[in-house]
Design a protein around this ligand. Sequence first.
Ligand SMILES: *Cc1c(COP(=O)(O)O)cnc(C)c1O
Length: 351
Amino acid sequence: MNIRYRPNILAMQGYEPGEQPQPGKFIKLNTNENPYPGSWAVNRAIQTAAESGLARYPDPTATAFRECASGILDVPPEWILCGNGSDDILTIATRTFVGTAKTFRMPTPSYSLYKTLANIQGANIDEVVFNPNWTLPGEFVDRDEDLRLAVIANPNSPSGTMIPPEDVLQIAEQLACPLLVDEAYVDFANVSCLQLVKQNEKILISRTLSKSYALAGLRFGFVVAQPQVIRQLAKVKDSYNCDTISIAAATAAIADQTWLQTNRQRVVDSRNRFSAELEQLGFVVTPSQANFVWCNHPQVEARRLFAQLRNARILVRYMNYDGWGDGLRISVGTDAQLDACLDQFRILLPK
Ligand SMILES: *Cc1c(COP(=O)(O)O)cnc(C)c1O
């Protein structure tokens, strides 16, 4: 007897995460992780949580985190829902809004997980190509009977560019469906759309502790939206989607805003210096508001530069978007790591 898989699952490609090589073998600039260790308060919180034991189920709604985050983000705790990484938040939102044969709208090039989540639902994917200057074309707000959810990553990956909050608000007002603003990289930017949730119930903001809090290995993210929206999302999440350890660690992490600001400034300074040096080497670099830069060299194919860097044990992300083009997305590592990358480029590039 044949196993009958859902046809959309058989037809889809699974999400392909960036390579995670054996630790220490590569300078790893391919998945936008933070190159620095997280706050010490996080380690202490993990230790304390572990010592109290794990025999009990965790708090299903991560109350401690939401109460702490509430003060820092200036939104009530009832406006926050936590997830096992913000990928979990994206899954919950997709499952809440987008049914089979309904439409999920997303820009391209952007975070490819959105497409994977739409495919799992058996949804229609409406990809809207960014303008060459990384603004969104007017068709992003077009009416469509079946449209159920739109998403933007802001800052966007791989470009590192941002749609300003006033434009995001306008997009949300014109759209006939909720707009999920994925702010995975927003702590490295100058502005955020967070407070827009107070003006429009169709706006949902997702955040993660993976990048700016140096906790990609922990798995913790959250979404901010009006409480009537949060109540619907809450029905869809796994009952215990965040564990005791991660709730304790995430609470300690967000409480340490001094660590965040220091780390953020360090990464932003390195990013700006790295971008300038890449330009010196002839790269075309998109101005970034995130912890990575998107670049291309007019004389050497990105694919070749990727392969040559890899031989030199430097791992960056080669991105190739069907019918659009390709490029290198390089995460902002430590200054020493970025210098090693620049040194390789100096060797590889034609004089
Ligand atoms: C890294 C990333 C995420 C996922 O973050 P996790 O919290 O680690 O799941 C979400 N959106 C974008 C655009 C990202 O780059």
